[in-house]
Write a protein that binds this ligand. Sequence first.
Ligand SMILES: Cc1cc2nc3c(=O)[nH]c(=O)nc-3n(C[C@H](O)[C@H](O)[C@H](O)COP(=O)(O)O)c2cc1C
Length: 210
Amino acid sequence: MVEFDDDFRRHLRELFVWRRDVRSFRSEPLPDGAIERLIDTACLSPSVGLSQPWRFVTVDDPARRRAVVGDFKTCNAEALNAYAGERAARYAALKLSGLEQAPCHLAVFADKASDIGHGLGRATMPETTEYSVVAAITAMWLAARAEGIGIGWVSILNPDRIHAILEVPERWKFIAYLCIGYPEAECDQPELAQAKWEYRRDSDEFTLRR
Ligand SMILES: Cc1cc2nc3c(=O)[nH]c(=O)nc-3n(C[C@H](O)[C@H](O)[C@H](O)COP(=O)(O)O)c2cc1C
């Protein structure tokens, strides 16, 4: 048995408050074993039918990394084109990935055709496979922050091109591309809130009572 006391709960809340999406990284590498430890913790996450559909790809090859950076630049330019006027100027000023500085790149996929879990829970809601992978990424994000390591989630990418660049099995669905390293700065507010792009709303706004 293990018990968690008030002190632990206060600390845990601080972890949630101080977790950030990180786009600016220091250049120093992570210690040996850090990525493996984070993956190991992520694998403790809940998954539909215990299907454990998460698949991790560490991307170290410089040519593949350059190709991912190139894809980000293409997608980000297209995203910018969808805005106009002042909103476009503000979008252009945002830093939306740390791909070029982050010491570690980790791509995360969902294996939609895995037999693990014998299909339990997936017949009515097959999308729970992807939800399970997102749950694992969230756990990794928090575990990393507890070690002073930052993670930035990059979704401004073309999934088909990421598939081709990384040469992963066809049935894997691309879920996330993560930049991982030591953050340049720490803050208890989202960068997008600091940049006045969007603000964090009260949880009441998202809660219905029936
Ligand atoms: C599914 C997902 C995709 C995201 N994609 C990007 C992205 O491509 N670029 C980026 O700068 N931030 C991305 N983010 C980070 C969010 O912008 C960030 O979580 C949000 O602004 C709140 O900030 P915080 O994580 O520091 O609390 C993504 C986050 C999630 C959950």
